[in-house]
Write a protein that binds this ligand. Structure first.
Ligand code: DGY
Length: 337
């Protein structure tokens, strides 16, 4: 008799996604187990809970490496509740014939919106303005008070800032559209595939080096992989223009936080906004950027809208249902070892 499939989900996900999974699990007699706690399982807990599982529904907080995979010989599929799959050793998974799925597209708008929000808040110095109002320091309006940087819709003679999007994938493209069409800002980008034909908004392609050295606001939207991890180190960041801004909404391992701090303190960088840190979570005491007046840090909330997380849950569950039923994977993770 065929043994019944076991599924382990490492965190409670959206109800609609769970209900979809349960409806199939009931028909197919699958066993579904969910980690019920708000904090992720530790490595030991994950190994313990995942033992014997045929499918894992994981989060970016679950590190799935080769030694862990070796302990799960029954595993057939990992469905990551994220678009990024850098928490999973894709090579080891493929060697063990474990399929890996992700949740692309459905979080693009939410993440790009957060990128725009952080960029605007950084350039318009929102934390300072909020604090000024809240702490009763708002004494008057003044023509030369509280001046910040305008993002777009400026004449070339006024030297509009150049926004450099590092990585024109889905999220980079969406953010580029918001900046270029929505704000009429001056946008450039770089990506590994070279200039994008038929881009539906004005934006010029620059080489990675040109983009880093010419952008007034460098926005990192590329995935983390072997060729991008650690890319924004002291050497690269020092090539940025004096007075430039650095924004990262992708993964914290792409940048060096010590270098960002030094460049902020030397006034080489005017400001830094990060939705991702290295490590995560960032904690006071361990990450001095959290209390730096010109650093804006959010706790990895790019995809944190109810809409995006609902769809991410559904896509993640669909990957598992389809794989267990027919070996089909509607949303396979791109294999970039
Ligand atoms: C992703 O999906 O990769 C995000 O970083 C998590 O929401």
């Amino acid at each position: 008799m065929k043994s019944k499939s076991k599924i382990f989900i490492t965190r409670i996900i959206h109800d609609d996604a769970l209900n979809l999974l349960y409806s199939h699990a009931l028909q197919e007699s699958w066993e579904v187990k969910i980690w019920p706690h708000p904090l992720p399982p530790t490595r030991e807990e994950l190994i313990h809970e995942a033992r014997g599982a045929h499918a894992l529904l994981t989060m970016i907080t679950d590190k799935i490496d080769k030694p862990l995979l070796a302990l799960l010989p029954e595993l057939k599929i990992i469905s990551n509740h994220a678009v990024g799959v850098d928490n999973i050793d894709l090579k080891a998974a493929s060697e063990q014939a474990v399929a890996v799925g992700n949740t692309p597209d459905v979080l693009t708008a939410a993440t790009a919106e957060l990128g725009l929000l952080l960029t605007m808040a950084l350039l318009r110095n929102l934390p300072f303005a909020l604090d000024k109002a809240k702490t009763n320091q708002w004494r008057t309006w003044g023509p030369l008070l509280d001046l910040t940087v305008q993002l777009g819709d400026m004449s070339p003679a006024d030297s509009p800032p150049l926004f450099g999007i590092y990585g024109l994938g889905r999220i980079g493209q969406s953010l580029g559209r918001m900046l270029s069409l929505g704000l009429k800002a001056n946008v450039a980008y770089t990506n590994t595939r070279g200039p994008v034909t038929n881009l539906e908004y004005p934006a010029k392609w620059l080489s990675p080096q040109e983009l880093i050295s010419k952008a007034d606001v460098l926005i990192v939207t590329c995935p983390s992989n072997r060729s991008t991890s650690g890319l924004f180190n002291k050497t690269t960041l020092s090539c940025m223009k004096k007075g430039a801004y650095f924004v990262n909404i992708s993964r914290g391992d792409l940048h060096d936080e010590e270098a960002l701090l030094q460049l902020l303190e030397a006034n080489h960088l005017a400001g830094v906004a990060l939705d991702v840190t290295n490590p995560e979570p960032a904690t006071l005491g361990r990450n001095p950027l959290l209390s730096h007046p010109r650093a804006l840090i959010t706790p990895h909330i790019g995809s944190a809208t109810t809409n995006a997380r609902r769809h991410m849950g559904i896509l993640a569950v669909q990957n598992i249902i389809s794989y267990l039923k027919s070996n089909g994977l509607p949303h396979p993770a791109p294999f970039t070892p």
